[in-house]
Design a protein around this ligand. Structure first.
Ligand code: LMR
Length: 393
């Protein structure tokens, strides 16, 4: 029977991890997968997370199941961190999920259960796995143009023009902050316009918030999500702790749903719990508990925020340096947008052939669409990248 299976297309980002590993060159540079790395190339366990894990190790006396929703305290803390009271608590439902991807997957499942006729709109471009998941679940995907590769900015006129085609009940997937892969983000005024349009269209907004704290700050990065939460009767929010708590492999995420009223929220909550049960029963606990332990302890929270700020500012410094070095190397302002982008990624606007040359001739690895992970750089490698980019132009 298994011979009926077809080979699956490889995920571009995961494929790159293997290619980088297989490259014997000592001076190779990995700007591929979205994992934070410090100046020494290490993806550290954050101090507060380490302290929380010690605390858990010292005090945990049972590994019995908790709740189908995942630890209730984690759900409460994450609702607060992301929404900060933007929505009445009795309209909120949530479940802990294995990472942000788990939340995205179950959000699409939930949307299909509620409206099997929905089309899911994604930005062009978006994270490749969004499209793959939506198609796998079996909903049609439509794209709204998002990025102007020449200016490196959001093509806002195109966003509005394409979202004007959305039908009532369609799902519109929005990146809450730090757009992946482009790094270009809407201003709050632009968000307000998108919200007004989607309200008029009676769309269901679905926010993917995977990089809160990596752009302009924890509250700033949640501002669009909070505005959306306040503006619609129903919203889905898929969020990840992989990056901002650095708990990638522990798989800590959350799926939140806002319902029109408290009565509906109970039914939505039952459906979310049902989805967890059908998919893997109880969600994993370790990373989720570490996050909760940090957020329930004022000292650990302060230390976590301080380390997250160091991380964020480090990436901003690398952005400024890279824009400057690219200016020098190319003798143009073509890449100035790198300093204006936010989050881990910037889409450089290079061709696939140029990306291939960077990999083959210079040992510099980026996704074939020319997305770079800023955190893969350090002060010493920024000029190397800038000179290599100039050489392949
Ligand atoms: C990325 O975009 O590189 C990250 O979200 C990691 C992943 O799983 O693709």
């Amino acid at each position: 029977m298994l011979e009926a299976l077809k080979a699956q297309p490889q995920d571009k980002i995961l494929q790159l991890i293997q290619m980088f590993k297989d490259d014997p060159r000592g001076d190779k540079i990995d700007l591929g997968v979205g994992v934070y790395k410090d100046a020494t190339g290490l993806t550290p366990v954050m101090r507060a997370v380490k302290a929380a894990e010690k605390k858990i190790w010292d005090t945990q006396d049972s590994k019995t199941y908790t709740a189908l929703t995942g630890e209730p305290g984690y759900n409460m803390e994450m609702r607060q961190l992301i929404l900060d009271g933007a929505v009445a608590a009795d309209r909120l439902s949530s479940i802990a999920t294995p990472g942000g991807t788990g939340a995205v997957r179950l959000a699409i499942d939930l949307a299909k259960m509620a409206n099997p006729g929905a089309t899911v709109w994604v930005s062009k471009p978006t994270w490749g796995n969004h499209i793959s998941i939506i198609k796998f679940v079996g909903l049609p995907v439509a794209e709204y143009r998002y990025f102007d590769a020449v200016s490196g900015a959001v093509d806002f006129a195109a966003v509005l023009e394409d979202l004007a085609q959305v039908k009532a009940g369609d799902v519109v997937l929005l990146h809450g902050c730090c757009h992946n892969p482009t790094g270009a983000n809407l201003t709050l005024d632009q968000w307000a316009e998108v919200i007004a349009l989607l309200q008029a269209k009676q769309a269901l907004p679905m926010v993917d918030l995977a990089y809160q704290g990596f752009g302009d700050g924890l509250d700033e990065d949640a501002a669009a999500t909070r505005l959306i939460a306040q503006s619609f009767p129903e919203v889905l929010i898929a969020a990840s702790c992989s990056k901002n708590f650095g708990v990638y492999r522990d798989r800590a995420g959350i799926l939140m749903a806002i319902s029109a009223d408290a009565e509906q929220a109970k039914i939505t909550q039952g459906n979310l719990s049902f989805l967890n049960r059908q998919t893997y029963s109880f969600p994993p606990d370790h990373g989720i508990r570490a996050v909760m332990t940090v957020l329930q302890d004022a000292d650990l929270t302060a230390d976590w925020k301080a380390e997250l700020e160091e991380t964020r500012n480090g990436m901003l410094g690398l952005r400024a340096q890279l824009a400057e070095e690219l200016r020098k190397a190319t003798n143009s302002d073509r890449f100035d947008f790198v300093a204006r982008h936010r989050g881990m990624f910037s889409l450089l606007g290079l061709t696939e052939a140029q990306v291939a040359r960077l990999r083959e001739e210079f040992g510099i690895y980026m996704v074939s669409d020319s997305r770079i992970n800023i955190a893969g750089l350090n002060v010493a490698t920024v000029p190397i990248l800038a000179r290599a980019v100039a050489a392949v132009l």
